[in-house]
Write a protein that binds this ligand. Sequence first.
Ligand code: NAP
Length: 340
Amino acid sequence: MANFASGDGAAVRWGIVSTANIARGQFLPALRAAGGVAAAVAGRDARRVVEWASAHGVQRAITGYQNLIADPEIDALYLALPNSLHADWTIAALRAGKPVLCEKPLCGTLADTERVLSVARATGTLLWEAFVFPFNEHMDHLRSLIADGAIGELREIQSGFHFAVSDQGNIRLSADLQGGALRDVGCYPVRLAQEFFGGHESAWATRVMGGQPGDDASGVDLETWGSLGYPGDRRLLFSCGMRRSRDTFSRLIGSSGQIRASNIFHPGPADNLTLIQSAIGRSDKVTEFPATQTEPSFTAALRHINAVLNGETAPRLLADQTSLTTARALHDLAEVLAAG
Ligand SMILES: NC(=O)c1ccc[n+]([C@@H]2O[C@H](COP(=O)([O-])OP(=O)(O)OC[C@H]3O[C@@H](n4cnc5c(N)ncnc54)[C@H](OP(=O)(O)O)[C@@H]3O)[C@@H](O)[C@H]2O)c1
């Protein structure tokens, strides 16, 4: 794969595609922590993008996403658009030779995911999907506990991601923008299980749909729960939704114990892993590991991408290596749901 590498150790100049909440709330604080320059932001509306840039410390405001993509003073793009727009704008960026960190899910459909990945391969331009938790130290710790046999053989993952959406104009409530709970947050448990089990071989799910025809949330799932089966009878049981208080609890259950993760997806200093080890004839041994995470959760991913773009390290967790498996699982779950 061809590589972008300035090799001069200069700070990577990031361009932000859209004035999204996630760009303000997560990307920019992490970029400050990771190093890198918030060089420009593009939005559809000239006045709004100028105000946003000035309010959030971004150097330049640009009207129109294509103008940012074509800007020679931009090294890499963070694409934070509604899901339905990920594919075409990511492809435009890849064709312009700009490395991309695209928000999750990489695309709203399997067909679009395949289309985007084929352009990434053809252009040789680097592409990451913004599942940032696999880059985090907290996830490394979880991986190492499992790999060291702390709970024996990992058999089942139970994982959820719920939060409450109250704003009826939220992009997550729009079918046209490819919102819905499964795409928005159900993708997290799916991606977590993929880390340990790889590709699924069976899928089952059911859901609660929003609204009546014509309502804001019509045509999107407000809550979905189900399972994915993996080789060796291993499984993910997941639940996701947009109408409960925030809950990102995951439990990884093995043949001789389990690990409870309070928030493996976006851990903060208050989060932890609890290891419970069982043995016949004695009581469970419980060990608490506080998350060492003190940085915004995008920081490790951005530090990695900056290092890759500066030619300091080889890329890992590229979309080409991870996103198709996730998209296939989401696709199969959506097919089961559609079949009712
Ligand atoms: N990785 C994570 O932890 C994480 C967390 C939250 C969200 N996300 C993902 O990030 C993406 C954005 O989510 P968000 O909650 O930040 O969205 P948001 O605040 O609603 O922002 C979306 C932006 O897209 C632009 N846009 C272009 N066409 C639009 C349209 N037809 N309707 C609405 N907005 C449109 C708008 O910017 P302009 O008007 O400036 O062009 C808008 O500000 C989604 O893919 C979501 O899944 C990821």
